[in-house]
Ligand binder design. Structure first.
Ligand code: ADP
Ligand code: MG
Length: 746
């Protein structure tokens, strides 16, 4: 019987080598080593001639060592070693090793292969700290030669540290592979999955990834090894879905003739097909005896609030309470205003609305009177309002409660919480959802909404425990939005035109936003935008980002003189913020100079222009969100991205991408490609993140989808994975103890 994956390396490679692999690379088991995949491969034919080395490129050369010299470094600890190598044409190149421990083996006369970045020092071509391998077949280390480990055309290069050259790793890997059974006993991939998906055996995949004959071999091996990452992840999520399915919930079945029917009958427009369909999905979920866990994705302006409100009304009709959480106070207040207003739109049905000033004895829902009390809870409320609203939530007097995440999570008790709607919080992780679930006796139904389009693959990983609905169309009658990049320094006249356009729109009765990256007058560095996200900083951005406070003052005195210019940012007192937002929504202001506080959800349909100053400081998705503030009414929208970044700079390409499409999904892909995957997975997914070596949540949609399709029935049939102990073990290792405990909790 061959060696197992979970066996310690010392059994396979001997004590001494095992120790080096442990200290140098943190590899302890046979499986660890085999999953230490090559970083890249070099092809024999791709060796670079010494005379053709170009600074700035990566190169692999074969040459003979002609001189070796070492000296101590003055400035740094340690030694420096200079090696001169020559090729057959007698071209000489210098190689410098700064920590020459690994290079000790290099002696004059020896043939070696060197791979690394080509540099230039005092006009001479140089390699610095390249990876190298001795190529002599007849050194005393016979059998250690990389030639022997280089079975095919391609030689693997490993991520190597700690004095462990790549070729030595290759040798260990070969030793281990030679001891594997053709079909490893503790292969975590269930055989039926392997067969259905046409995957290699693990032994074959390891052989091909580590000792490939050609590129196609590597590709097939990669597929199998990606599955090794995708399947456990999807199994964990499927287990979580199963666990959630087993939880009890109070079914909230639709009550005919209730608030929802009255609301629908009074709607001034027809629901989009998507809104209708998602509405039905939610209705079915709410009627179930297990809690709903649904993610609703819909691009900016697709009408998610409407869907949420209808769900909330259904729950209130059924006698429960609904809560809606917003990420910011501005948004919580706006939701409160617009929901009260939307409900009021059904004025021809007897639907009395009570906000925080309502009589405290108002019933949450009285089918005869058809009214629901909508309470607002934010951190900035005065103590009295807050107490009233908290009381109303606790007593059940308030049917709908709207507030910020922070306030609701920390302070509120409900009489009978039936539904939690989480708005615009695409990073609302598993833990937060659990905290909320703990609010009721039976867990409430949960609807998470996001406008930040999440590529399906990411939704399947980060939100893999949620069912997903998508609103893919915008309501009819949406106006087009034109986007232009304004290179302020290249075309001063275009920049002047920006302000003329605002004056024209205001002259026609419209309103405009001007967004700046920074608040101004701050003590901090100004590297962080108002919503806490980091501003983009790139070489070439000379001055600090523009600030709301400065720009508002300059515009009011200069190009926008005479217009009613207001200002909104996160450091204003909450009451002031609300007052400004109300004034703008009520058209008492023409222009709102703001930070990204207006980024998500703010809805003033009369706004037609949004000017983003220093647009290069914002990420792609942020710009798309900002742009969504216009084009919400009857008039075409205009989005002007003002930048001083030079033509051809990465920032300009990003802006051009935003200008080129209104498709949020397309843009989120561009955004993801720019950001690191770790960011995408978010803090709560740390366990998965570190397990992803080969699988890309961005590029491997097919595999992730197929893995999800395999995982779901597998877990349904055998939740504890009794039939697949190796897979169960892999998953236990994947989940850190904290997380394992956490899963046990649900
Ligand atoms: P988002 O999905 O960005 O949260 P909102 O819910 O704020 O979008 O909706 C944007 C605007 O579209 C609101 O003014 C809302 O009243 C309006 N709206 C929603 N659904 C429809 C519809 N079916 N037809 C027309 N307008 C709609
Ligand atoms: Mg919204």
């Amino acid at each position: 019987m061959g060696i197992r994956l979970d066996e310690p390396l010392r059994k396979a490679v001997g004590d001494r080598t095992a120790k080096v692999l442990h200290t140098g690379l943190g590899l302890d088991t046979v499986g660890d080593l085999l999953r230490h995949y090559p970083r890249k491969y070099v092809k024999r034919g791709e060796l670079t001639e010494l005379s053709e080395l170009e600074p700035g490129t990566e190169a692999t050369i074969v040459a003979q060592v002609t001189k070796v010299s070492r000296r101590s470094m003055a400035a740094r600890r340690g030694q420096m070693m200079t090696v001169e190598v020559r090729d057959a044409a007698d071209t000489a190149v210098e190689i410098t090793f700064f920590n020459p421990r690994a290079a000790n083996a290099l002696k004059p006369g020896m043939l070696g292969m060197f791979a690394g970045k080509v540099g230039e020092y005092h006009g001479k071509i140089q390699l610095t700290n390249p990876e190298f391998a001795k190529l002599d077949a007849d050194t005393e280390d016979a059998g250690d030669s990389p030639i022997d480990n280089w079975a095919g055309e391609l030689m693997p290069l490993y991520p190597s540290t700690g004095g462990l050259p790549s070729w030595k790793i290759a040798r260990c890997v070969r030793m281990v592979i030679d001891q594997l059974d053709a079909d490893i006993e503790d292969d975590p991939m269930p055989r039926p999955v392997r067969a259905r998906q046409g995957l290699l055996t693990l032994t074959e995949a390891f052989r091909r990834i580590h000792r490939p004959d050609d590129w196609p071999e590597i590709a097939v091996a990669r597929k199998r090894l990606k599955w090794d990452e995708a399947l456990p992840m999807q199994v964990v999520l499927a287990q979580r879905r199963e666990a959630l399915k087993a939880l009890p919930a109070v079914p909230r079945r639709r009550v005919p003739g209730g608030l929802l029917d009255a609301f629908d009958a009074a709607l001034p427009f027809t629901l989009t097909a998507g809104q209708r369909q998602v509405g039905e999905e939610i209705e079915a979920d709410l009627a179930s005896e297990h809690p709903m866990h649904r993610l609703l994705q819909g691009d900016v302006g697709s009408g998610k609030t409407m869907v949420a409100l209808r769900a909330m009304l259904a729950v209130v009709d059924a006698g429960g309470q609904a809560v809606m959480l917003a990420p910011t106070e501005v948004l919580a207040q706006q939701h409160h205003r617009s929901i009260v207003q939307m409900l009021g739109a059904g004025a021809d049905v007897p639907m009395d609305l009570f906000s925080e000033t309502a009589a405290p004895d108002a019933a949450p829902f009285d089918p005869n009177r058809k009214r629901v009390r909508v309470a607002l809870l934010t951190g900035s409320q005065n103590a009295k309002d807050r107490r009233t609203n908290l009381l109303d939530a606790a007593s059940g007097t308030a049917g709908i409660v709207i507030g910020t995440h922070a306030v609701i999570q920390d302070h509120v008790q409900f009489a009978d919480l039936g539904l939690v709607v989480v708005d615009e919080q695409h990073r609302f992780g598993v833990e937060q959802r659990d905290a909320l679930r703990a609010k009721g006796e039976d867990p409430p139904h949960v609807l998470v909404m996001t406008a930040t389009p999440i590529p399906r693959t990411v939704a399947m990983t980060v939100f893999g425990d949620l069912e997903t609905s998508v609103l893919s169309e915008l309501p009819a009658g949406r106006s087009p939005i034109a986007t232009h990049v304004v290179a302020a320094h290249e075309h001063p006249s275009h920049f002047t035109r920006v302000w003329e356009r605002i004056r024209e729109e205001v002259g026609a009765g419209r309103q405009a936003y001007v967004v700046c990256p920074r608040i101004g007058e701050e003590s901090g560095s100004g590297e962080v935008s108002d919503d806490g996200s980091e501003l983009v900083s790139e070489p070439g951005q000379q001055r600090p980002p523009l600030a709301v406070v400065d720009v508002a003052a300059k515009l009011a005195e200069g190009p926008l003189k005479g217009l009613r210019v207001g200002m909104l940012h996160g450091r204003m007192a909450p009451d002031d913020k609300d007052a400004v937002m109300r004034a703008y929504a009520g058209h008492e202001l023409d222009v709102l100079v703001a930070t990204t506080v207006i980024e998500v959800g703010v809805n003033v349909p009369n706004s037609t222009v949004i000017v983003v100053m220093d647009a290069d400081r914002f990420g792609v998705s942020q710009l798309h969100q900002l742009r969504g503030r216009v084009g919400r009414g009857k008039w075409p929208g205009l989005c002007l991205l003002v930048t001083e970044s030079p033509d051809g700079a990465p920032a300009r390409e990003r802006l051009a991408a935003v200008a080129s499409t209104l498709d949020g999904f397309e843009l989120s892909k561009i955004d993801l490609a720019i950001r690191k995957e770790g960011d995408v997975l978010g803090a709560t997914q740390s366990g998965y993140r570190s397990s992803l070596r080969m699988l890309s949540v961005i590029d491997d949609e097919d595999i992730i989808r197929a893995a999800r399709d395999e995982a779901t029935p597998l877990v349904e049939a055998d939740p504890a994975l009794n039939a697949y102990p190796a897979l169960a073990r892999t998953i236990a290792v994947l989940l850190d103890p904290e997380r394992a405990e956490y899963l046990g909790k649900t």
